[in-house]
Design a protein around this ligand. Structure first.
Ligand code: DC
Length: 341
């Protein structure tokens, strides 16, 4: 069997190349890397994204160094390039420069193949989202169930806009407090809801547990909910669709959403997650206090007269008690695929 090298085949293509394993092996490797990039993007395997970025950086560095070495040799000792009749030092320098050039090209080809796979997966999921006119995904569930993280990942996966509707209630509650009013003051809360500025929703200060508790209080006021409903529905009616997470998305905001997921986890597990978040922020809050807050918030959100937190009749339930974020995401993708089928 002929065994032409990959480089020989590239330099002078001939029919023997197709019978040569050393011609196909690098191509097969690149195809495998493309497939890995594809699967990694679809499964949101973060480590591969980092790997892709790092290998691109490494390839750029190795190529820069080898080009610099080649240029230096070309200037200092051009003989080393054209003849083997040079000093051992020049020969070694030239061999090292060529090897690092080869390594850089290999690394670059690998990184580009990974990136190509990711790009293909992204294109395909965007196509899928577009072919499914207005893919609205409603994600509901109690505090710390993991629905916010899940909603963001799903939105990114399908290239859809995402709205964390809890932020709307949090912003209203903060506005009421900033005005020096009581959270139960209906007129103040409604006025805050009516002047809500969506540009302020990115403020990290809205994300703490105190804001969540305050939000849960203003969220009981029917006129506040009515004032926020229009904004949420307009968000959901974007051309490609949207992902919204909250408490009443599947029941009130988007009752016709084709995909509804109700995310749950035991109160103990949710309290455990919240407790870890507190600890990471350097706050010392006893676990029992966190659990009591969670139970109180659940009770308030699910017992209110208007739009109580509850699964829509046609929602798929996803219990994340024993799932980490990656596993929950994979389960959600299965639910979505089954609903779309
Ligand atoms: O999801 P979150 O923790 O940011 O929500 C804060 C509060 O806002 C929640 O306890 C109840 C209220 N809320 C609501 O009533 N309806 C929604 N769609 C979203 C949040």
């Amino acid at each position: 069997m002929t065994s032409l090298s990959f480089m020989e085949c590239l330099a002078s293509p001939q029919s023997d190349c197709f019978a040569s394993p050393s011609f196909w092996a690098p191509l097969a490797l690149l195809a495998i890397l493309t497939a890995v990039g594809f699967v990694a993007w679809r499964q949101e395997v973060v480590v591969f994204r980092r790997l892709r970025r790092r290998s691109l950086l490494a390839a750029a560095s190795v190529l820069t160094v080898s080009f610099a070495a080649i240029s230096t040799i070309a200037v200092v000792d051009p003989e080393a390039i054209t003849t083997t009749d040079t000093s051992p030092f020049s020969q070694t320098a030239w061999a090292v420069a060529l090897t690092s050039l080869g390594a850089g090209v290999t690394l670059l080809a690998g990184a580009l193949s990974l990136a190509l796979g990711g790009r293909l997966a992204k294109l395909m999921s965007r196509r899928a989202a577009q072919s499914n006119l207005r893919l609205i995904i409603a994600i509901d569930g109690p505090a710390a169930s993991g629905k916010g993280t899940l909603a963001k990942r799903i939105a990114q996966h399908f290239s859809l806009p995402c709205l964390d509707t809890g932020l709307l209630y949090r912003a209203v509650a903060r506005d009421v407090v900033d005005q020096g009013q009581h959270l139960n003051d209906v007129a103040a809360a409604v006025a805050a809801a009516q002047r809500l500025n969506a540009a302020t929703l990115d403020d990290p200060a809205l994300r703490g547990p105190a804001a969540g508790d305050a939000a849960s209080i203003v969220a009981r006021i029917p006129a506040v909910r009515a004032a926020l409903l229009d904004y949420q529905r307009r968000f959901a009616s974007q051309p490609d669709g949207a992902v919204l997470d909250g408490r009443d998305i599947g029941t009130i905001v988007c009752p016709d959403a084709p995909i509804k997921i109700y995310v749950t986890a035991t109160p103990q597990e949710r309290a455990r997650r919240r407790h870890i978040e507190h600890t990471q922020r350097g706050e010392t809050v006893p676990y029992e206090t966190v659990l009591a807050d969670i139970l109180q918030r659940d009770a308030r959100d699910s017992s209110r007269d208007i739009a109580p937190m509850e699964p829509a009749a046609d929602a798929a339930r996803l219990d994340t008690t024993s799932l980490d974020a990656d596993a929950a995401f994979r389960e959600a993708l299965k639910i979505i695929a089954a609903k779309k089928a």
